[in-house]
Structures are given as structure tokens and as C-alpha cells.
Design a protein around this ligand. Sequence first.
Ligand code: ZN
Length: 378
Amino acid sequence: MRLEDLVGQERTVSVLRNALCRERVAHAYLFTGPESVGKSTAAALFAQALNCEDTGHGLPCGACRSCRLTSGGRHPDVRVVGIGSDAEGRRRTEISIDQIRQNPRKPRQAPLPLIQDAYLKPAIGRHKVYVISPADRLTAEAGNALLKLLEEPPPHVVLLLVTSEPSTLLPTVVSRCQEVVFQLAGSGAIENHLIGLGLSEAAAASLARLSGGRIAWAIRAAERPEVLRVRDALLNLCAAIGERSVPESLRLAEDIKWQAAELARARISHGGEELAVEAGSDPQEEHAVGDRELREELPWCLDIMVSWYRDLLAGGQDAPLLNPDYEQALTRQYRPHFTARAECAVESILEAKHALQRNANIDIALESLTLSLVAWCG
Ligand SMILES: [Zn+2]
């Protein structure tokens, strides 16, 4: 995503631009708001603008040496700390203390630990910038280590913490950051933006409605046809629970895994995500769809399934649907007495999602979800 893709965030962007133009940049920002509204894109652009050589506009020029180094993930003064993988190549589930305080890699190729690095003067830029995303995955220990830096930050340091779940952060960390809130965009604004990207009016209108105000979701769906295909497959799976035989329904775990693998395969063939640049990590390192790739795609798949049951819950209340194109199938499954079951289904799916974030075994988490769903909805 680019600056012009930050649809619906005009006010937020102008706050950040003003800070840059007036040279009144805070030492720490907390970028919050719903998933897929452009927080990571904004953090990447702000990091770029902080060291851009063409100053004064409050926007990164995108062309100077510093901007090019930042967008390529090679700027010595800009570091992205994400979940990443450990020294053995295993996918982490959280941002741990060793990423903040100790050497994250083998000594020879290791960048300095964040806390030590922060006290050095910038190598070539005006600021040393650390993007921590998703900040809600900082362990308490890592959060406390970061707190020391937030309490007395060196003058050149800017920390950008990105999260859609600020309530899970240490309150002492939150209180030391300037909060920048990102909003859901209006469906009309998303529709116009998609038309600008070359979509037909009908396709743009339909994606804008499905996006629920999340511009990054809409752009992802517009650029990657498999996103809509997988969404359809997952919604059809939800629609069929209760219509299929019990042995068929029990295949649900395999089916969900298969759809997540579809997304992962397509993403790998598209060359990966844009802001997955963690210092020292090699974006080329893995190509097969393994446990790690599945874990990246499964949360989104489970969110789609949650949207189905939220629509069933909304059915009794005449609220706008998250999946308006499935109204007929939803009506078929809807029963007035279904509310409690739909609530239980949402709980079970969210439970599976959290278990996977805590690194639970994928097969066990999905099979236990399947049993709950068949029990509740069968
Ligand atoms: Zn520049």
C-alpha cells in the first residue's frame, strides 16, 4: 500500500504531517484501530518521512537515498521488530525480551539489541526509528524492557508501536505514547479508490461493501483473486454445517487448513507481503507451505467464519450484514432459537484463533473447533 491508499485516514495523516512539518515529533506513537485499515502502511511511511532528505512537506519523497533504503528494509537507522522467527527458524508467537534486550541472532551477523542500538547516534539519518508491530504481542518482560527506553528516550529515537488491541499493552507503555487512532473508512470512499485502481464499478461496489470499511482488506481482495475464492469456500463450509452428514462435517478441520494453504501458496507465488521486513530476516528463506505459513493465513480464515455467525446473530435484529451476498444462505440457516448456538460458535472460533496465536498444534486446534461447531450447529 502507498500513501494515497490510506483511504479514510485523512485526519490522522494530517496530524502526522503537521508533527513532521513543525518538527514536533513525539518520542513514541501508538498506532491503533481495527485490523486492515492501513496502520502498518502509515507506520512504514512515517518511518520513511522521519529520515527523508527532502524535508518540509511532511511526506516521504520516496525517491531520495534514505527513502529508498527504508522502503527496501535496508536503512541502518530504521528497524522493524515483528514476530519473526527464532535462531532455529521456528516461527515465534510473541515479541520476546531477546528481540528487545539481547542479540536476536548469532553474534557475528547480529544487529545490536534494540535497547543498546537506541543509545547510539543515527548512522546516516536524523532519527533512529523502531517500528514494533504487532505491539500487543510484546511479552510483559519485553514491554518492561521497552518501558526503560520510553521513560528516558535519547533525543533522536522515535518508537512506533502498532496494534489493533491496545488494551492488552502494559498501561505504563500506553501512557508514554502519543495515541494515533485509525478509523474504518466509508464504503463510498473505498469504492472510489478501487475504481481508481482499475476495478469495474460493480466489482468495486461489491468489494467495498464486503470490506466493512477496511481498505487494506479491499485492496488485498482486489489484487489477489484467491482472497474472494477462499472467502466463498469458507462461507459455504459454514453454510453446509448441519446439512452435511456428521462424518462429512468432521472433515471441516482439513477443509479450513486446505483453504489457508491456498492463500499461503498464492502469497508465496506473489512474492510475499510488503512490510515483513525484520532486521536480519531473509524474505527469500522459505517457499514451502508449512506450519508457519498456515499460521499466518489461518487467523484471517477464522475471521471470515466468525463473520458468518455474526451475520446469523444479526439476522434477528435487522442489522446490516457483513456478508450481504450470502443473505439467502444465511436466511436458510437462520432459526430464531439459534442465537445462543451462534454465540457459542463465535466463541469457539475465537478460542481456536487465540490457541493458534499461542502456538497450539494446528490440527488439534482445528479438530477441537470442528467438534464444537458440529455440536453447536449440527
Ligand atoms: Zn525521501
